[in-house]
Design a binder for this molecule. Structure first.
Ligand code: GDP
Ligand code: MG
Length: 373
């Protein structure tokens, strides 16, 4: 661990004007596979049935859980059918966890913080699964693997399960897979789930719709911290935390805290009845970690008492049914060969002004629907 912390100036972003963006050293040669899981040899010999997976998962067998999540992520129909059966059978044993979504721009300190939060969670005797949704991971090849170097303790802890973002598919598809993986993790006895997402684009909405508490990590120090974030994301947050409140960044963090508190006062009270709090902390130096988690526990108790907890979960279940239908309809449509051919033709006609976009759309839809009569 880098104890000198604030003195690494070979990164330009470590200049004093970017104090809160400073980059600390990662850990060299992090094991990619949790050593507790190293017995993978048995997978080569046997093909597991859905019941084998379910039995293993319910016993808390992490290697089987991991393999089942791989099936969820697979696009092969034979994998998908086993995966769906496993999910169906695990469903009655799921739901018994606290699901927390964590978002923030790259560099906000999500991974570092999850390592600190996570150790706190494990010390309380809970089991933690960390899943990621990263819509950019097709390009970056699942950034959480790089991230593992910032989850140095969790990635080798016995009661933790860390899973990178599925790297193929649309955001909707990736999010659905993560939603399904939660079911399996819970059935395997994980009673704390953290979903990490990069704070760019649409992925926050997807994460928000699968968690009980949505935590927004912010940085102070640039003076315009309120301008960079979309109102919608702030409105979704059940709590806002300002990371890197350490060293000579503490005053700026406190200032940012009051900015955010003032901004939140302008929003109506959320449906949950809980007024979002703003806290400062340091993930790297582990200052104020317990307080952040205490806030989440307080929230959970509050919404369990007033019924919102169950209401939100029910709404989410409905949401995921419709999301899944939307996703399936879309991929079914666009994968249809006749549709593909017709779309190509229509594109050209549109470009030559021989056809309007709307007539073209209607025409392709008709072809698709007629095939199914
Ligand atoms: N000073 C300080 N640096 C931090 C803190 N948390 C994270 N960092 C550093 O910020 C950089 C980005 O952290 P990382 O966890 O990878 O951010 P992520 O992209 O949001 O996952 C790394 O160099 C971390 O060491 C903190 O609390 N204080
Ligand atoms: Mg990260």
């Amino acid at each position: 661990m880098n104890t000198s912390g604030l003195d690494e100036h070979h990164h330009i972003e470590n200049g004093s004007e970017f104090e809160s963006l400073q980059v600390n050293k990662g850990v060299a040669e992090q094991p990619i596979v949790n050593p507790y899981l190293k017995d993978f040899s048995r997978f080569k010999r046997k093909t597991y049935t859905a019941s084998d997976f379910v039995e293993g998962i319910l016993k808390g067998d992490i290697a089987l859980l991991s393999q089942a999540v791989t099936l969820i992520e697979s696009i092969k129909p034979e994998h998908q059918s086993v995966a769906q059966e496993v999910i169906e059978k695990c469903l009655p044993y799921s739901g018994n966890s606290i699901r927390v979504g964590i978002t923030g721009v790259p560099g906000a300190g999500k991974s570092t913080s999850i390592d600190a939060f996570g150790m706190n969670i494990l010390n309380e005797g809970c089991k933690l699964a960390v899943l990621a949704i990263d819509p950019s991971s097709e390009v970056s090849k699942g950034s959480i693997l790089g991230d593992k170097t910032r989850m140095e303790r969790l990635s080798v802890a016995q009661n933790a399960f860390i899973r990178p973002s599925p790297s193929a598919g649309s955001l909707g598809g990736v999010a659905r897979k993560t939603r399904e993986s939660i079911v399996l993790c819970e059935a395997a006895g994980f009673d704390r789930i953290i979903i990490e997402t990069v704070g760019v684009g649409q992925s926050e909405t997807a994460v928000h719709s699968m968690v009980d508490f949505f935590l927004l990590i912010q940085l102070a120090g640039t003076g315009d911290e309120l301008q960079g974030i979309k109102r919608g994301i702030m409105e979704m947050a059940d709590g806002i935390v300002i990371n890197k409140a350490d060293g000579n960044n503490i005053d700026k963090a406190n200032l940012a805290k009051s900015h955010f508190e003032n901004a939140l006062h302008l929003f109506p009270l959320p449906e949950s009845g809980w007024a979002p709090k703003v806290l400062t902390y340091s993930g790297y130096y582990e200052l104020g970690i317990k307080e952040v988690w205490q806030m989440i526990d307080d929230y959970i108790r509050f919404v369990k008492d007033n019924g919102y907890f169950e209401y939100r979960r029910n709404e989410q279940s409905k949401y995921w049914m419709y999301e899944t239908i939307n996703e399936r309809l879309k991929s079914n449509f666009y994968n249809d060969e006749k549709v593909q051919a017709e779309l190509k033709k229509s594109e050209e006609l549109i470009l030559n002004s021989q056809l309007s976009s709307f007539v073209a759309a209607q025409h392709v839809m008709d072809i698709y629907l007629n095939e199914r009569k």
